[in-house]
Ligand binder design. Structure first.
Ligand SMILES: Nc1ncnc2c1ncn2[C@@H]1O[C@H](COP(=O)(O)OP(=O)(O)OP(=O)(O)O)[C@@H](O)[C@H]1O
Ligand SMILES: [Mg+2]
Length: 357
């Protein structure tokens, strides 16, 4: 029995300090040995959003103990680790630098390879942690900072099919929550409030629904929600607005995903068509149910990460590390933190006023 790779993953791109050890079994499926996440919600709550300087300080304070706990919980010894993978971008540069420097230093001290990981590739590969996912596949990445459809051809090989031209979907959930007076981070609360409301009460806009291919836009929704909240008087009206928002998002994603399916099929002539949904918003149960239903209608196999691995975590970073380790794709110790790091680096920038679709 050959020794299986043991990878330490480290994540610090935003407001979660996380570390995880993963390996693989005889069937070459990944096995998560430990997955420690320390969220900074309490640090940022009073400011209604992430404060970079405070986030970086908190990472510095916690990273040693989080990595130590990840190693202890894995039941393995430090000298058994084969490589260290740290998130190098995208994210807040002061936050990225903490996990990146820690990972490089740790790798140097153990004389083991260092692997720089794109955080978004972590989300993209997260369903591999619980299922046998093969390339190519269509990815819908819906997170706090990104909303994109990508054709994933292989490790590091991405073709962007569509992207948001303004806000990310997670941002739209968070901003709507803030307007409804829900404490930061409010996005996940919308889904809960929506259960008590009437989804047909408010007619919200669906920007660029009938143009721009599978590109997305959510900024107009925020403006509409703002106008309505000014006249909201009762708790029930709050629930109704949350439900109407949730329903509008589902309708936008249903239509845009159908378009993305066609674009994916133009690029890939595979027998088994796979659709992966990842990123923080993939934890939304109603969105999951709706997209599963669409996949049944359109003959796609749907795959989602486990709910607890939709948001930021280090198991997904270690997962990318494991794949890169097997291909001996290592990085030098001068690898920079990259606050911007697109999965498809050839795709044109599509944000802001005057964007031509
Ligand atoms: N159940 C839910 N319904 C809707 N949105 C949710 C739910 N759970 C989490 N989110 C949203 O997911 C986002 C967080 O996701 P994630 O941690 O992947 O984002 P991020 O790491 O900040 O951004 P990125 O990955 O793009 O750099 C937040 O905007 C949050 O509101
Ligand atoms: Mg993320």
């Amino acid at each position: 029995m050959s020794k299986k790779p043991l990878i330490l993953g480290i994540e610090s791109s935003c407001d979660e300090t996380a570390a995880s050890l993963i390996t693989e079994n005889e069937q070459k499926n990944p096995v998560v040995l430990s997955n420690i996440i320390s969220s900074q919600v309490d640090v940022h709550k009073e400011f209604g959003g992430v404060v970079p300087e405070l986030a970086a300080r908190s990472h510095i304070e916690k990273i040693d103990s989080i990595v130590k706990k990840a190693i202890n919980d894995s039941g393995r010894k430090i000298n058994e680790i084969d490589a260290i993978a740290s998130t190098a971008g995208p994210g807040l540069v002061v936050c990225l630098s903490v996990g990146l420097s820690f990972g490089k230093t740790f790798a140097a001290s153990l004389n083991k390879p260092f692997i720089a990981v794109n955080h978004l590739e972590g989300h993209a590969l997260s369903p591999k942690l619980n299922s046998d996912l093969k390339y190519p596949y269509l990815l819908l990445l819906i997170s706090g900072g990104h909303s994109q459809f990508l054709s994933v051809q292989g490790l590091g090989k991405y073709k962007r099919l569509g992207t948001t031209i303004d806000d990310a979907l997670g941002e739209a959930f968070d901003k709507t929550a803030k307007l409804l007076g829900i404490e930061f981070p409010g996005g996940p609360q919308i889904e809960i409030l929506a259960q008590k409301g009437n989804p047909n009460k408010y007619d919200l806009p669906k920007p660029i629904l009938n143009k721009g291919g599978c590109n997305l836009s959510f900024a107009g929704l925020k403006t509409a929600v703002l106008k309505i909240t000014k006249n909201i008087k009762t708790e029930q009206e709050k629930f109704d607005l949350a439900a109407s928002f949730q329903k509008t998002i589902e309708e936008i994603l249903y239509k845009k995903t159908k378009i993305a399916f066609k674009e994916f099929e133009k690029l890939n002539k595979t027998e088994k068509k796979i659709f992966v949904v990842a990123g923080g918003v993939a934890a939304n149960k109603k969105i999951r149910i709706m997209l599963k239903k669409l996949c049944n209608e359109e003959d796609y196999l749907s795959m989602f990460p486990p709910i607890e691995l939709c948001g930021d975590n280090a198991a997904m970073i270690a997962m990318v590390g494991l794949e890169k380790f097997k291909l001996k794709k290592f990085n030098n110790f001068d690898h920079p933190a990259k606050p911007r790091w697109a999965l498809d680096e050839d795709a044109i920038f599509l944000k802001g006023a005057g964007v031509q679709l």
